[in-house]
Design a protein around this ligand. Structure first.
Ligand code: FAD
Ligand code: DHB
Length: 385
């Protein structure tokens, strides 16, 4: 097989890249280890930044998002006894949307079907060869395949193989806590997300739809989900989110999904070697507290697609040569923001940390300058920032 761009991974980065390339007249083939059903039902991110929504709308992917997504003006920041709204719309004129990654993934899949995109699911043994004249090998049902391409893009997420074929520097930070995430069939108890600091640990009250709530609890790394029966989860959420505080109540319902998500920060640079490029989680990972992972993946491919169109159609390498530096500028901004939100909101064993965290939260909630910094980063900087 031969194509212009071989894309490894059919997550949001891979499928959106194939969509944007097709709009620019460049053909691609996507290979993916999982089945389509698995990829479309993986419960992950839920918040789309302003620029992500604008981009999806501008390329014909915004209809269902506009109909079924929920636009939020801001978020609540909370600690015991206090809850403050940070209004992004008032502070920076931008907002965010609640729309699950599962739904983004389905919209992308349908759009690629309609365009006749070749996506090969359920592959094994993916490997990238010869970065200067690249090709990808993989097997399907045990049969070997070779895909030659002008360019290969690794959109294969945090555990994919492409990162290793792009040598460079890797910066990492691990955190000694994880998130226990649950999906529950119960109407959200809040109109907008609540990020709660609590001495027992962080809690987040999010949502997916008028009937489905998404909630997270800080738990120690290495936590076994079996230690957390549903009642224990609801009791911890109620305590940390302030059930009863000023009459507010957390409604409980059946839990339909629960998992423990480890957290880390990782950046690899450069995001390119010769004709092999990296985009999304394949190049960088953020802890989820700032809701940046999916949005960063979208921002990467929004820069990469026009760069590859120029490279392959006009033989102009300038944008492709600039891609890594331009993408990394935003990646490091979001890496800092995600680290800052994470360390401000997650309880540690150190009472000095507690006081610093509370002081920072009070400042963000009460100072317009503080609130604007959070709003600008959370609602998201423009794609070309
Ligand atoms: P991915 O979505 O990971 O897609 C990569 C694709 O490559 C996958 O489909 C994978 O199967 C495929 N692949 C891997 N290896 C190979 C191979 N060898 N050959 C072919 N294909 C391969 N972000 C948030 O903002 N909020 C959240 O709540 C949140 N929760 C998360 C929960 C989990 C469990 C995980 C893993 C991530 C979460 N994230 C969250 C991060 C967010 O989902 C990611 O940043 C986003 O999915 C990145 O998109 P991507 O396309 O770069 O990578
Ligand atoms: C969700 C996940 C996040 O990481 C976050 O910061 C906000 C919301 C969510 O899954 O809804």
């Amino acid at each position: 097989m031969r194509t212009q761009v071989a894309i490894i991974g059919a997550g949001p980065a891979g499928l959106l890249l194939s969509h944007l390339l097709a709009a620019g007249g460049v053909e691609s083939v996507v290979v993916e280890t999982r089945t389509r059903e698995y990829v479309e039902s993986r419960i992950r991110a839920g918040i789309l930044e302003h620029s992500t929504v604008e981009l999806l709308r501008s390329v014909g992917l915004g209809d269902r998002l506009t109909r079924e997504g929920d636009q939020h003006r801001g978020v609540y920041l909370q600690w015991p006894g206090e809850r403050h709204h940070v209004d992004f719309q008032d502070l920076v004129g931008r907002s965010v949307w609640v729309y699950g990654q599962t739904e983004v993934q389905k919209d992308l899949g349908r759009a690629r079907d309609a365009a006749g995109q070749q996506v090969i699911y359920d592959v094994r043994d993916t490997a990238v060869h010869d970065p200067a004249d690249p090709y990808v090998t993989f097997t399907v049902d045990g049969a070997p395949h070779r895909l030659d391409a002008d360019v290969v893009v690794g959109c294969d997420g945090s555990f994919g193989p492409t990162r290793e074929s792009v040598p460079g520097t890797t910066w990492q930070r691990t955190y000694d806590y994880s998130w226990l995430g649950v999906l529950a069939t119960v109407p959200p108890s809040t109109d907008e997300l609540i990020y709660a600091w609590h001495p027992d640990g962080f809690a987040l009250n999010s949502m997916r739809s008028p009937t489905v709530t998404r909630l997270y609890l800080q738990v120690p790394s290495g936590t076994d989900i079996a230690e957390w029966p549903d009642d224990r989860i609801w009791d911890a959420l109620s305590r940390r989110l302030g059930h009863g505080q000023d009459g507010w109540k957390l409604a409980r319902g059946p839990i339909t999904d629960k998992s423990v998500l480890p957290m880390r920060s990782l950046v690899q640079a450069p995001m390119r070697r010769d004709r092999v490029f990296l985009a999304g989680d394949a190049a960088h990972i953020v802890p989820p507290t700032g809701a940046k992972g999916l949005n960063l993946a979208v921002a990467d491919v929004a820069l990469l697609a026009p760069a590859l169109v120029s490279l392959l159609r006009e033989k102009d390498p300038r944008l492709a040569d600039e891609y890594s530096d331009r993408a990394l500028r935003r990646v490091w901004r979001c890496t800092h923001f995600s680290w800052w939100m994470t360390t401000m909101l997650h309880a540690t064993d150190d009472p000095f940390d507690h006081q610093l965290q509370l002081s920072q939260l009070r400042w963000v909630a009460s100072s317009e300058a503080g609130a604007r910094g959070l709003a600008e980063n959370y609602a998201g900087l423009p794609i070309g920032f």
